[in-house]
Ligand binder design. Structure first.
Ligand code: ASP
Length: 344
């Protein structure tokens, strides 16, 4: 594995990672990211060309929105030829949504786009930020046979690199904050960083990067629970302009068999709304038809989302609705892997 003299762009969008303690007040405040080499002098030892771009003001990732994803994608687009890889420092709360969104927006990506963040600020004594940042940089710089080892959007956290669109935030306490329940880690860092070649995307051709910037947010998520109120479900489906609904179902894709619920779904599908079935479980997939309670959904025209995470399903639908007009095309692509987000 050769890391050579890589040129990398570090984008700081916000989040805990970019905080330091004010020496006089003790309060946490964002530090000037142009000074990254001073804050983390260890980075100089790599000998890479590191450039940085900081969002001003930094964004707590709970305020993340498609407009900011478009800005991130545009920064990558305009710097794509100048850099070997990109590191995006991001709050952990919605990192999995952003990584999923970017994976769909960046078609034909051939370079690493590694998201990372931290549970403790860079300026705190026991911080996990330095290790996450340093390992992400090493991963983004890794080259094999003249090609980047990770030609895709990933999330590095604690000691694992996951595919971005397979990941969910799972823990608010542990340094190990993310889970990829249905896809193996792309790399593990211990004494060495070991890449899982069989799990990584391996584009054989080299078509130009296409950056998709149309995201349609006219979708809703309805999480099922025993006792879901009929009027609430109906009100969600009546939202003006709604084009797609994700239902988060139980187990392998099961939902109440009550006639009002099934006819509510069928009526929505008949009106042209795309309804996608995602499981509430972090591990496993939707298998519609295994139980009576999901066979009726399939008969109503609901589409099974297999093992997609909610984050991938939401952002994939935004991308598909924003890119394609025809309902048939969108429905066909939902169940197909377009960026490694679903097991076909
Ligand atoms: N609220 C913060 C954010 O997501 C938490 C973090 O950075 O981990 O921006």
């Amino acid at each position: 594995m050769n890391t050579g003299k890589a040129s990398l762009l570090i984008l700081y969008t916000g989040g805990t990672i970019g905080m330091v303690q004010d020496s006089s007040t003790g309060a946490l405040k964002p530090f000037r990211f142009d000074n990254i080499l001073e804050e983390v002098p260890e980075l100089k030892k790599f000998g890479y060309n590191l450039s940085s771009y900081a969002f001003d003001p930094p964004i707590d990732s709970s305020d993340m929105k498609p407009e900011v994803w478009i800005k991130m994608a545009e920064i990558i687009e305009s710097n794509y030829d100048k850099f070997d890889g990109f590191i995006i420092l991001h709050g952990t709360d919605t990192m999995a949504y952003s990584a999923s969104a970017l994976s769909f927006m960046l078609e034909n990506l051939q370079k690493p786009v590694i998201f990372t963040g931290s549970q403790l600020p860079l300026g705190s004594l026991r911080t996990d930020a330095k290790e996450n940042l340093i390992s992400s940089i090493e991963i983004a710089a890794a080259v094999k046979n003249g090609k980047p080892v990770v030609p895709e959007v990933g999330i590095f956290f604690e000691n694992r690199l996951y595919r971005g669109n397979r990941t969910s935030k799972n823990n608010t306490e542990d340094f190990n904050a993310f889970i990829s329940g249905n896809y193996p880690a792309l790399a593990e860092s211990g004494v060495h960083i070991r890449f899982n070649d069989n799990a990584l995307l391996n584009p054989s051709e080299n078509p130009p990067l296409i950056v998709h910037k149309n995201l349609d947010t006219r979708l809703a998520v309805l999480k099922l629970f025993p006792g879901l109120n009929r009027h609430v479900a109906e009100a969600v489906l009546k939202a003006e302009g709604l084009r797609a609904l994700i239902i988060e179902t139980f187990g392998a894709g099961n939902a109440p068999n009550e006639p009002w619920f099934i006819s509510c779904m069928k009526e929505a599908v008949d009106r042209g709304i795309i309804v996608v079935n995602i499981t509430q479980c972090r591990i496993g997939h939707v298998a519609m038809g295994t139980y009576e309670t999901s066979r009726n959904l399939a008969n109503a025209g609901v589409i099974g989302g297999s093992d997609m995470t909610l984050e991938a399903a939401v952002t994939k639908l935004m991308f598909l609705l924003g890119t394609y007009d025809k309902k048939n095309t969108i429905e066909a692509l939902i169940t197909k892997s377009i960026r490694g987000e679903i097991t076909d």
